[in-house]
Design a protein around this ligand. Structure first.
Ligand SMILES: [Zn+2]
Length: 297
């Protein structure tokens, strides 16, 4: 393996634990960052330390299926990382990894200190990929029916404004709630739903069925702009190294940068960048929604 592909022990987690679960941009940036260091390598074995992360199989089955398998691809679907492998019998396998709310990946040298919250270790020659998950909402498994119900990918060319309109049509639910429904469109969570609606100047509380086609067009463009710029921001941040956490020598995660600034997300009480009205926060179906009451109607 070329030396340039050997990664240091910095974490791949891009999401501050104070924020929310990773969404499409964080996972896509993680995929792009991780792919060169895993594709083409043999996965020697998997050790599961938190069996709750394994669904639906049990840990020994997972390891038996993937021991000494060759990783030939790393893709993303919604918020899932999908490792394509060829097992010892030359059969294709897909390993699914979901970071849940607090999952993150990092590299350690084999034999090094194992971080306290490690849920799984993927052993390669000389290094291991560590999956930590404090709250254990993450998931590891052989890909099954998990992807069947998912909606379209918002950054694919096939996701047109008309597709968005069809996906939202007729629903009396609020537009923000629908954007976060992974069966309507994937990858958008609390952060990027709030940000996209701000850019589109649409109130997060509007019932989807009352949106005009011009508003849907704006929303479609805003979703894509928001996600693309967030992927870029995550990739730039990782060039600086392990944003926003890295491992200190004693294994404790330390924050090295402040969280990114959003237009409205987490900006309660700050003047709107567009009109100066103070950004508000309201709880909507148990989630915090951030918005400008003047810009978003
Ligand atoms: Zn405003």
């Amino acid at each position: 393996m070329p030396a340039t592909n050997v990664l240091d022990t910095k974490s791949f987690c891009f999401v501050d634990l104070r924020q929310a679960m990773p969404e499409l941009p964080e996972i896509e940036a993680l995929r792009q960052r991780l792919a060169p260091s895993v594709v083409g390598r043999e996965l020697l074995s998997i050790t599961i330390l938190k069996s709750r992360l394994i669904r639906p199989r049990i840990a020994s089955d997972l390891n038996a299926a993937l021991e000494k398998a060759l990783i030939v691809g790393l893709d993303r679907r919604a918020k899932y990382l999908l490792f394509t492998l060829v097992d010892r019998q030359s059969r294709p396998q897909t390993l699914l990894l979901h970071l849940g709310m607090t999952g993150r990946l990092s590299w350690i040298a084999n034999g090094d200190f194992i971080p306290k919250q490690t849920g799984a270790l993927f052993f390669f020659e000389s290094q291991s990929l560590v999956f930590e998950d404090v709250r254990q909402f993450g998931r590891i498994g052989i890909c099954g029916a998990e992807l069947d119900e998912l909606g379209p990918e918002p950054l694919e060319a096939a996701f047109t404004s008309e597709v968005l309109q069809t996906r939202l049509a007729g629903s009396g639910q609020s537009i923000k709630t629908l954007l976060m429904d992974q069966t309507r469109v994937v990858g958008i969570g609390n952060i990027y739903a709030s940000e996209s609606l701000f850019l589109a100047r649409i109130s997060p509380f509007r019932p989807a069925k009352f949106l005009q086609s011009g508003e849907i067009n704006r929303l479609h463009a805003s979703i894509r702009d928001t996600l693309i710029s967030a992927i870029d921001r995550n990739l730039r941040a990782t060039e600086l190294g392990g944003f926003p956490f890295y491992y200190s020598p004693n294994g404790k995660a330390k924050s090295v940068e402040s969280p990114p600034e959003f237009n409205v997300y987490g900006a309660t009480g700050r003047p709107c960048l567009s009109c100066g009205t103070l950004i508000q926060k309201r709880i909507q179906l148990g989630r915090s929604t951030f918005f400008c009451s003047a810009c978003q109607v």
